[in-house]
Every structure is written in C-alpha cells, then in structure tokens.
Design a protein around this ligand. Sequence first.
Ligand SMILES: NC(=O)C1=CN([C@@H]2O[C@H](COP(=O)(O)OP(=O)(O)OC[C@H]3O[C@@H](n4cnc5c(N)ncnc54)[C@H](OP(=O)(O)O)[C@@H]3O)[C@@H](O)[C@H]2O)[C@H](O)CC1
Ligand code: K
Length: 574
Amino acid sequence: MKDAWSSDEVRKAEEPLIAAGVPLMARAAYGLAQVVLREVAARRARTRARAGGVDGARLRGSLGSDGLPGTARRRPPRAAGRGDVRGARAVLLVGPGNNGGDTLYAGAHLVQRGLTVTAVLASARAHEAGLARFREVGGQVASLADLRVPAVVEAVRGADVVLDGLVGVGARGALRPPAGGLVRALADARAAAGDQWPYTVAVDIPSGIGVDDGALPGPVLRADRTVTFGALKPGLVLPPAAGVAGAVELVDIGFPATPGAAPRTAGPRHAWGAADPAAGRVLRLEAADVAELWPVPGPGDHKYTRGVVGVVAGTGTYPGAAVLATSGAVLTGAGMVRYLGPESVGTRVLLARPEVVVAGGRVQAWVLGPGVPVLDPDDDGPDDEGQARRIFGALAAVTGVLSEDVTGGRVPAVVDAGALTMLEHRLPAFAVLTPHAGELAELLRGLGHDVDRAAVEARPLHWARTAHQATGATILLKGAVTVVAGPGDVYTQADAPAWTGTAGAGDVLAGILGTLLAGRSAEAVRDETLAARLAAAAVLVHGRAATRASAGGPVAALEIARAVPAVVAEILGR
Ligand SMILES: NC(=O)C1=CN([C@@H]2O[C@H](COP(=O)(O)OP(=O)(O)OC[C@H]3O[C@@H](n4cnc5c(N)ncnc54)[C@H](OP(=O)(O)O)[C@@H]3O)[C@@H](O)[C@H]2O)[C@H](O)CC1
Ligand SMILES: [K+]
C-alpha cells in the first residue's frame, strides 16, 4: 500500500532527523543524482542504438578478420554506467529554498560525473552551501534576472535533462513571479516541442502543484519523472496534479514507516501521511492489498454465501448496459447475479450471460442505474419501463427507509448513472456513488453547490469529499486518476490506460464493485470504511483488466469484463 504524507507531516518527520544530524539533503541529492544519471544514460543508449540501427550493441569496425561484416566483433550493449553520460547537458532550475538546495547538491554530483551543468537561479536568494558546493566542483551559474526568460527556455531546450528545483513542499499557491513566468514559458515551449523536449525531472514535486490536495493553481512544468524524498505527497497521487508528475520515484532519506513514529537513520521504507488529518490518509492500493481484500471462496462456500448481486440496469433503449454490468458482476466471481428490468432486456442479458437469474429475490448487494436514464422531474412518467420504481425500492432498503424486518436487512449498493438522480434520503457509507465529473457536478448542483464539470476536475478531492459529507455515501469519482472518498481514508487509483475511456466501461466497473460488495456484504454494513477500500480494489481490477484487454490498443468494454478472471488470478498469485 502507498499512502501520502502531508507537507506538515514531512516537516515533522524531518525535524528530529535534522536535529540528530542526519544528512537529509545529502541523501536526497545523491538519490536524485542517481536517478538522473540512470535516465540520461538510458536515453543516450536508446539514441545510439537507433542511430546505429543495431540492437544496442556496438560494432567494432565494419569488417571482421575474414572481411565478412557478419563476423565483425560485437561489443555487448553496455549497461548504463560511467561512460554513457559524459558531455550530457543538464540545466537546473533553482529556487530560493531547500528544494533548490537539493537540486544544487545533485547538480554537483552530475558535474563530477562529466555532465555540463548550468544552474539558473530564479531568485536573488539561493541555498548558500549548495551553491558553494556546485561552484566548487565547476558548475556554471546564471541568474534568471540576467539571462531573461527566453534565453533560459532556449538553454533548457538544448539540454539533455532539466531539473525543476524551484519550490518543493514549502510552496503555497500558484507560482509567483519570476518563477511563475519562467514556468509558464517553459510549459508552453514543452507543449510545442513534443518529444524534442529534454527529459524533465521534478525535484520532490513539480513546482507549482497543490502539495496536499493535487490542485493546479497556476503554471506547472509537466515532469517525465518526479523524484520525491522521504514519503509520497498527496499532490503526486491526486488528480489533476498526478497527471503532471510523470513516473514518481521515492528516495528513502530515513523517514519512519508512519508519521510520528520514531525516526530511523537508514533503510528503504515507504511512508506517508494525510492530506487532511481530520479526513484520513491518502492511499493507493496495490495488487497485494487487493489480494488481502478479495472474498476468495472456500470449500464450504456456495452461491448464497459468496454473495448474490441484484442488478437493476438497462432499458429497451439501452439494453447493452445491463449486459455489461451483469457481465462485470458474473466474471468477478459473484455467487449469483439477479437481473431486474424489462423482459426484452432480460432476454438479451441471458443470451450474453446464461448464468444470470432473471428474477427478484434476496441479494447481498445492489447495482443500480447503468443504462437507466436520469430522472427528469418534469417528466411525469419516465419511459424507463419501471426501472426508476425498482431503483427507488432498492434504495429504500439500502437507506433503511424500508424497515429491516421487512427487507431482511440493509445491504450495500453501487449507485450509478440514472440512479444518481434518484437519491431522496441520506445514504450510508456502504452505498457507493460512481459518478464521472459531470455527473458529480450535476449531483452537487442539486445539493446547492455552484459547480460545473471543470470545477470538479480541477479539485476532485475537495468535491468528492464534499459530496460524501453531503450525501453520507462513499464517492467513487471516475477519471484518468480515480478518487474514492468515504468516511475514512481517501483512495486514489491510476491503474487504467487512456483506452478505458470508452462507452460501457463504467457499467462493467459497477458490476465488478457490486460483486466485491456482495462478497463482503455484512462486513461492509458493519465497517463504514470498508466500502471505500472495496471500491478502490474494484477500480484497480478494472484498470488492470482494461490494460490486459487493451494490450496497448483500443479496448471494448465487454473485453474488459472478460479479462477480469485472469487479472484476479494474477493478483491472487495463482
Ligand atoms: N528540510 C530538509 O532538511 C530537507 C528538505 N528537503 C527539500 O526541501 C524542500 C522544502 O524546502 P523549503 O525550504 O521548506 O521550501 P521550498 O524550497 O519548497 O520553497 C520555499 C521557498 O519558495 C518560495 N515560495 C513559496 N511559495 C511560492 C510560490 N507559490 N511561488 C514562488 N515561490 C514560492 C518561498 O518564498 P517565501 O517568500 O514564501 O519565503 C521560499 O523561499 C523539500 O521539498 C525538499 O525538496 C529535502 O528533501 C530533505 C531535506
Ligand atoms: K520542485
């Protein structure tokens, strides 16, 4: 599991270590330099291989002893190492604080490995010791005030690698001038340059992101890789900032395993904190966490103990959603799936999934709404063939409006698409709403918030939490990076390829989640934080299934469902 430490928690972790004389900055700078050297060497090896037209090996001479090229001696491809980086050009963007200090010390390492390194000081102030060390080894120093922005952009454009060391966890708000103007120009130049832009490494965080909430308050230079120190920060795993951080690599500098624990002096560790201590931690599930959560059946299990999923989805107009949601549920391993809806749709469901029971009865979790049209209050009788009535009935059982002695007990539910417009009562946390940004904006407007899709996409964490507080439900806000906010920890998952943005993928996700909730139904009703964890697990499985089915190309929603069994087997290590 990965969780992210707030900037306050990072500072609290640093203090005792600094007091104990632990060389945090030296560790950070060394780790950063190693990553940069590795990446520069790898890119140069790839460039050479492309130029040489051979598989990365190097031919010594064009003719071998007998004059036949085929026998020419080949030197094996050299691992990225000492000789591959000499002469490479690096530009450091240096801010006034310790983030700039990390960057200058790392730059000194690069100079010593033979790179040509220029430090551009964006501010009149700079980390004194770091600057002294950088100069001592022969680094070149320039100031933004002297060079001016266009010249700095050209210097960066001509480099092999650029390090963004303007601000780190000490930043507040959008980048101020002059850093803001420089970054805006660099970001524009990068956008225009395509893949001709140098490898961009963010130091600790991409300068200018919302460290604790993932917001993008102003210009940010998109990174290919972020090298972060001690612990992940929420802004690196929360959208939209997660989308500009590139690959995130953690350098251990001796933080404890959890915030507030006794400091350590060495040893690799993952460790974290919370974007908002009151509202729990920011976590990212990995396969091992999902394996722990999975309701794996035992010899004594049967379809009822494994959980029955009730699916109210689709109409005569949108029958496909019913096929996709039931397929997602069946292929995730439900004990049984009941389909409720128009007969014409039930027939199509059975054709696709003969395992489905087209009849009512006890369920351990509901999947409500895929393919059901939104309820238009001005429309006196929606032509949804009774689907709204079925959804209201199911919700009455989930919210407890229908007493439990009548319903046999409350069960979890996935509330998707049209069902999102049918919420009349406060929901329990074991009800999981699965909107995309537009649907969440619609729901929030219905609750009195003046917000649109763009606003939700700009602050997904904030609005997902707001919707949880307003409805009581757990919110699974779908997106390239999906955010799940419930009463406990927040989860953020980025497992799916962009190909997943295709019609019906959300219907499949609803089915996957329905099965997970049904498999842990009683626990999810008892432990109000479990539904969010199961929702994050469903997102991870869905994303991996999409990756598997896509194989790097387009993917149809039904193929995502079909890939789920193999993904689950892989996750369970079987
Ligand atoms: N503490 C340690 O030993 C280690 C720290 N690490 C690295 O340090 C940074 C955090 O360093 P810090 O000095 O606290 O702050 P920053 O370098 O991130 O930035 C502070 C300076 O930036 C200016 N600032 C703040 N907000 C903005 C903004 N929106 N636009 C422009 N400039 C901004 C701020 O100026 P003020 O006028 O507000 O003072 C400061 O001058 C951390 O990220 C690590 O990289 C090591 O990792 C470990 C050791
Ligand atoms: K930075």
